[in-house]
Design a protein around this ligand. Structure first.
Ligand code: ZN
Length: 153
């Protein structure tokens, strides 16, 4: 299992670079997959395990997906789900995101794929792509929500 970097680690704040699929990268994707399942996560992005490369793995319960160099090409509506993150332990919060998205990427075999996603999957893909841009879900919580949270405690 790969070591999962936690909030505060500068690697989570760097913008990741596009990569080419090689056998070494394919092995790394397999390690990411194992790590995600072992950590009970529904998604994992490469910076979370120490590499600033544009790779994410996802399984929201509908099967495994690997996205290499993913790009969101369409967005529609808004939705919010309660989110957590393997890099931000013991914290969950609702985040406003696009309800439906289309994503273009390469899969782990180097094949170009297009995914139309909504609901939980759309939310998860957006969360993971944010990691590739150095953004954590806690950045998206409004100040008002943070204050409300504080008073609830
Ligand atoms: Zn995350």
């Amino acid at each position: 299992m790969l070591d999962i970097k936690k909030i505060g680690n500068p690697i989570l704040r760097k913008k990741s670079i596009e990569i080419e699929l090689t056998d070494e990268v394919r092995d790394f994707i397999n390690e990411m997959k194992e790590t995600m399942y072992q950590a009970d996560g529904i998604g994992l992005a490469a910076p979370q395990v120490g590499r600033n490369e544009r790779i994410v793995v996802i399984d929201v319960g509908a099967g495994f997906i690997a996205l290499i160099n993913p790009k969101i090409t369409k967005r529609k509506g808004t939705a919010s789900f309660s989110e957590g993150c393997l890099s931000v332990p013991n914290f969950m919060a609702k985040v406003k995101r696009s309800k439906e998205i289309s994503v273009e990427a390469l899969d782990e075999n180097g094949k170009k794929i297009n995914i139309d996603a909504d609901g939980m999957l759309a939310c998860c893909i957006q969360h993971e792509i944010d990691h590739l841009n150095g953004i954590l879900f806690v950045d998206k919580i409004s100040l008002l929500d943070k204050i409300k949270r504080k008073f609830k405690k």
